[in-house]
Structure formats: C-alpha cells, structure tokens
Design a protein around this ligand. Sequence first.
Ligand code: FAD
Ligand code: NAD
Length: 469
Amino acid sequence: MSTDTKYDVVVLGGGPGGYTAAFRAADLGLSVCLVEQANRLGGVCLNVGCIPSKTLLHGAAVIEEAEEAAEFGITFGAPQVDIDAFRTHKEGVIEKLTGGLDQLAKARKVTRVVGKGAFKDTTTLTVEGDEGSSEISFTNCIIATGSHPFMIPGLPEDERIWDSSDALALKFVPKRFLIIGGGIIGMEMAQIYSALGSEITIVEMLDHIIPPADKDLVQPLFQKLKKKYTILTKTKVTEIVANDSGIQASFEGAKAPEGGEYDAVLVAVGRRPNTEKFGRENIGLELNDKGFIPVSEMQKTAIPNIYAIGDVVGEPMLAHKATHEGKVASEVIAGHKSAFDPMTIPSVAYTHPEIAWMGLTEKEAKAQKIDYNKGKFPWGASGRALSSGAATGVTKVLFDKETGRILGAGICGQNAGELIHEAVLALEMGADAEDISKTVHAHPTLSETFAFAAEIVDGSITDALPSKK
Ligand code: FAD
Ligand code: NAD
C-alpha cells in the first residue's frame, strides 16, 4: 500500500528528538508524518529512560531523606514499600506524558504511523506495521532512531542479567545487586535499588565513579555512598556464570576481591546508536569512525534532503541535546537560518546528592592548557545548605585568566541539576566573575553558592576568607 500524500517532512523515530522535530516542523507550516515503531511516543527518554528513572529516584530520595532526618532528631519507622504500587505509579507518570504527546501531535495535525520504517530510496520510506506494509513519500526526512544499551559480549542468557530497561521494570529487588559500570545509569540505579533494600556492589573500570565529571566534584557523593556500597574502581569483570544459587562474577583489579555471587547483575557500560535495520545501505548513508551518522551544524547528513538528530548522531546522548537538534533540523528544512551551536550541553547525574557540570571541566581545562582561575565554595559555609542537611556540597566555577569569562562550572549537592542552569546562561552570555558577583542572589538559597564561588575569584567574598593574592 502507498499513500498519495508526499510529506514535506517524515520523521523516523518518535523519541524526544523525533517528536520535537515533528512538532516544530508542523508549527512552521510543513506537512509532517511521524513514524514510530512503538505504540507510544517518547522513545527511550519517556518510556525507559529519563522519566521512569527520575520517578523511581524521587521515591528513593524520600526514603533516604526520611532516614537522614534522624541526624536532626526526626525519626520514622522503616518504610513499607509496595513495589507493585510503586511500579504502577511510575507507569502512570509515563502514560500521562506519552498521552500528552499524542494530544500535541493530533492538535498539530501531525500524521502518526506506527511501524518500523526503512528507506527504500532517498524519497521513500517503507513501513512495516501490524496492519501490513506501506510506503511513505517525502521531500525531507529526519532520522531520529536513538540508541540501545550496549551489553558486554559473551554474557549468559539469564533473566537475572539486566540492562537499564530491565532495572526500570522493577521486576524484583535483588538482595545482592552487582552493577557493572559506575557511569550515570549505574549510579542512578544503585541509588534506587539501595533505597529499596539491595546490597550494592559497583564495578567501574576507571579510577572514579561518573568519570566525565571532575574527581573532586564526585567526592561528596562517593564519600557518602562508600559507607553503604562496595565500590570497586579500576576493576573489570572477567567472567560471569549463571548458577541456580546466583550469578557468579569474577573480577580483576588492584583492590578487587576474586569474585562474588549476586541475585541480579545490571550491565550499564554505555549505549550504542541505532544505525542498522532502517535501510541505510539503500541510500548510501555512511557512518563515522565512532559508528554515528555524521551531520553538519544544520543537522544535514551527506544526503541533501536527509537530516539526523539525537543519540544517533553522537555524544552526549542526552534528551536535551536531541530536542534542540530536532528543532534545528526542522527550522533548516523550513528555510530558517538555524544551527546547533551551543556553548555547552549541561550534564546532570540525579544521584543524592546530585552532580551537575557544564562548560569545561577542570581536567579538560588542564588538558587543553587553558589558564584559569578557580572559585570553589564549600556548602558547609552556606546557611541554606546547612539548614537543609546539604552541607557536604560544593560549587566550583572556572574563569579564563586571559578574558575573565566563565569557562565551566560544576556543582555537587541538593538540586545541583537545577542550579547549574545559571552557570549555563552565564557561559552563553559571556559573563565574568564580577558580573556574577554583582548579580543579587536571594538569601538564603543554594544559588548563592554560585555567586560566592565567583566572588572568591572576583576578590569580593565576605562569606569566606578572601583568597591570598
Ligand atoms: P530515542 O529516545 O532512543 O528514540 C528513538 C525512537 O526511535 C524510539 O522510540 C525507537 O522505537 C524509534 N525507532 C528506532 N528505529 C526505528 C525505525 N526503524 N522505525 C520506527 N521507529 C524507530 N537523558 C537526559 O537528558 N536526562 C536523563 O535524565 C536521562 N536519563 C536516562 C536514563 C536511562 C535509564 C537511559 C537509558 C537514558 C537516559 N537518558 C537521559 C538519555 C535519553 O533517554 C536519550 O538521550 C534520548 O532518549 C535520546 O533521544 P532520541 O530522540 O535521540 O532517541
Ligand atoms: P556511561 O558511558 O555514562 O557510563 C558507563 C560506565 O561504565 C563508564 O564509567 C565506563 O568507564 C564504565 N565501563 C565501561 N565498560 C566497563 C567494564 N567492562 N567494566 C566496568 N566498567 C565499565 O554509560 P551509561 O551509564 O550506560 O549511560 C549511557 C548514556 O545514557 C549516558 O552516556 C548518558 O548520555 C545517558 N544517560 C543520561 C542520564 C542523565 O542525564 N541523568 C541518565 C542515564 C543515562
């Protein structure tokens, strides 16, 4: 079956990149068809990524905060967790959001096609759905097929060996839980399952957890978690064997035990782009040496009417990168002068405490031999942090020695994921330490710590001793 309509834009994939591109294109007056193989829009982010993980992390935070309140004299009984109700709550949040997307698509008259799309040629997509096969013609196409979890080759097939989607499904709470990979997924899942009662072991091959962030920024989180978890850094898993009693893992690393037995194992060692099985070969679209689809700042691929966005075009694999790229692709197709050229894409680990960073990290500044001034404000000197039980946090800001402008910032502490955006705006606006110091921040807030870190570099700090000249 083929449709008579030739769409201005067909979007392949309905994740945050794809649905944003489709909606923006429709708002710019283009006829749009959105092809998604799943019944629900939202892709990884809404269905098995950002949203379910944050919903479960919120539950975990409530449990942890209630426990920690004992430090200031408020104690509760042990939490009673109804795991089925918790899972249902998570599903409800997803349904609300994906249902909202259906309405937004309908209101914009975006044609929805449910099925697996593949290029027949550079102006036709074949879609295989429950009701058979159809062909869709287009003037332009935006590829937004996303990514999938990378599984370590050679692992046994066993339902106790999980990827992130299995972990978010809350199948059961393993008593002994091994997490391979101390990146963002590994640490967020550890936080969820630890609050639910699992004993956590994390194996990370590099020298600290959440390796892209500066080590000093991760310290407050690490110091807290190491009291509760076994964290094996500079360690690799060499063998996994599934037995009736559990999953046996062998390790290799300086301080690693020889091995252990676990009730479930989460593999969280990164994701790979979805670049196969959509007829890429039929249009001659090549990949770069990292396996991503190469694109220009206008999200154009090497084929003039074909664009690509989101996880399939490169790191960082983040929803907010995908949505911004989606807007750019549609704006370019609509004839606007648009390009994806942000000064930074912020990263947030929604752990407790949260870790957020943007711009250059200190290790990147050092590697690039950029001279910088650093302001580092410990939250132990912040009234709001102390009164909120968040005294272990830290805010660090780097300024270019030559231009004075902000280069990067990192925050570890409560709400770091919200606080980081002031730094992102400062970077986009080219602010220097004086600009930030003289911006009046309400008291007492955690936001003040950003201003205090800038005041340290500006030389105007009064909430701490000024640094020696
Ligand atoms: P995806 O969301 O992967 O969507 C791609 C869509 O394309 C899918 O729906 C897929 O079914 C569809 N598709 C693929 N091939 C075809 C085809 N041939 N035909 C039809 N449809 C097809 N990012 C953040 O920014 N913040 C977070 O807090 C965060 N948390 C995360 C937590 C977890 C556990 C995981 C796994 C990821 C998380 N991410 C987070 C990453 C984020 O989910 C991704 O970066 C984001 O979803 C990428 O969007 P996308 O549109 O490129 O692709
Ligand atoms: P990741 O690349 O962030 O972390 C993987 C970790 O596993 C790294 O620290 C790496 O050193 C380690 N590792 C790799 N191979 C290993 C091995 N054999 N043994 C031990 N350790 C090993 O990947 P991820 O945590 O799987 O997440 C994938 C992507 O999903 C992220 O890059 C991110 O873009 C996205 N994500 C974002 C968020 C968020 O924004 N809050 C949350 C979850 C996921």
